[in-house]
Design a protein around this ligand. Structure first.
Ligand SMILES: C[S@@+](CC[C@H](N)C(=O)[O-])C[C@H]1O[C@@H](n2cnc3c(N)ncnc32)[C@H](O)[C@@H]1O
Length: 364
């Protein structure tokens, strides 16, 4: 058994836990382990191949770390010795790694000195236990990352299993300036529809590069990209699954014809359209990440803009459910929603430096 830490953005922990509990039995044969929710992620103990497979099936987390060692450590010689004695050959396919150092409330505070001690320790380990030449010279093995965290003099040594952050799904080449990270988009879409049974149509009326639509479509499809652990351990085989909820059809609208032309998503019915000129047309679920007025200025007062947008969407599309991202500085008055609509939940998170709220509105 091994310990894993599944990291995710602050405030998305509960959703990440729900996703894990839902998907584990769908994709893996072993029983769901006990999961501990902590700030910024989830901790669990499981067989290594199961933990590695989580990289392929989870869409909300940002990175998955394999915990290698935890030990009190207050000085550089001790750190050097811990690293030098660790059995790296089981996990590494190169004799050098990229180090990520964080330290808090500890005697060891100088990142450069910490990194040097780790690099020296690893170097000396491999002097005594060299990797076979065949492995050392293999050109295809990717660089591995080791995370060193020292918190209140407790050292945690972890091997990164994800490589690139998990929002890189590996299947899309076009990402716009204002694209939402896929992990946030997955969290929003899951928050919006995870309790719905029958779902027919999904519309993003300002779809940009289509992140919401692709995340909704792929939520139950394993991520197809390479991971650093492919070089040293096979993940558990995944049971095939048809998914839990899927929309029958996906619609994207955007005012920018260049963006619409570039959209690579074959399952999307797309159109160039200005939301404020749209005609009544029903969609079951509507999700939207409008411009925030930071890079591109809005032509009316922001709170009026977001209120107008909301009423246009509710009146024109009459959705069963609507989700919208709005900067947290905008004080919305949800008491003024059209009849039969009610704000049911709010998910606050930090969208790359801008604090936003994802509001879920239900028809009742
Ligand atoms: C923040 S971006 C959306 C990003 C998208 N969620 C993604 O991840 O790529 C806002 C989008 O709204 C579009 N937009 C702005 N005003 C619009 C309008 N009046 N009608 C339709 N689309 C509009 C912009 O062209 C832009 O693509």
């Amino acid at each position: 058994m091994a310990k894993f830490f599944i990291s995710c953005a602050i405030n998305l922990e509960e959703l990440a836990l729900k996703e894990l509990k839902l998907k584990w039995p769908m994709f893996l044969d072993s029983p769901l382990p006990e999961i501990n929710l902590v700030k910024g992620g989830l901790e669990l103990e499981c067989e290594i191949p199961d933990g590695l497979a989580l990289n392929l099936i989870l869409k909300i987390p940002t990175r998955i770390l394999l915990r290698l060692k935890e030990q009190k450590c207050r000085d550089i010689p001790k750190l050097y010795n811990i690293v030098r004695k660790f059995p790296w050959k089981q996990y590494l396919k190169k004799e050098k790694v990229k180090w990520h150092i964080t330290t808090q409330q500890s005697r060891l505070i100088h990142s450069k000195k910490i990194e040097k001690a780790c690099a020296d320790g690893l170097n000396d380990f491999f002097k005594a236990n060299a990797l076979p030449e065949k492995i050392k010279n293999a050109p295809n093995f990717c660089e591995q990352q080791v995370f060193i965290r020292i918190n209140e003099d407790l050292l945690t040594l972890s091997l990164d299993t994800s490589g690139e952050l998990l929002h890189i799904r590996g299947n899309r080449s076009f990402r716009g300036h204002a694209s939402l990270r896929e992990t946030y988009a997955a969290a929003c879409i899951y928050k919006l529809v995870n309790d719905m049974d029958e779902t027919n149509s999904l519309l993003d009326p300002m779809f940009g590069t289509g992140t919401f639509l692709s995340e909704a479509h792929d939520f139950f499809l394993p991520t197809q990209r390479s991971f650093p652990f492919f070089d040293w351990c096979e993940p558990s085989p995944l049971k095939s699954t048809k998914g839990h909820w899927r929309f029958k059809n996906y619609h994207g609208r955007d005012i920018d014809s260049l963006i619409v032309d570039k959209c690579e998503l074959s399952f999307v019915e797309k159109k160039v359209a200005d939301i404020f000129q749209s005609r009544p047309e029903h969609f079951d679920v509507v999700i939207c990440n409008p411009p925030y007025g930071k890079r591109v200025k809005l032509d009316i007062y922001p709170v009026d803009y977001f209120n107008k947008l909301l009423s246009v969407m509710l009146e024109n599309y009459s959705p069963i459910r609507l989700g919208i991202l709005i900067p947290h500085t905008i004080r919305m008055d949800f008491k003024k929603l059209p009849a039969h609509y009610k704000l049911t939940s709010t998910l606050p998170f930090n969208n790359n430096g801008i604090k936003v709220n994802f509001y879920v509105i239900n028809k009742y």
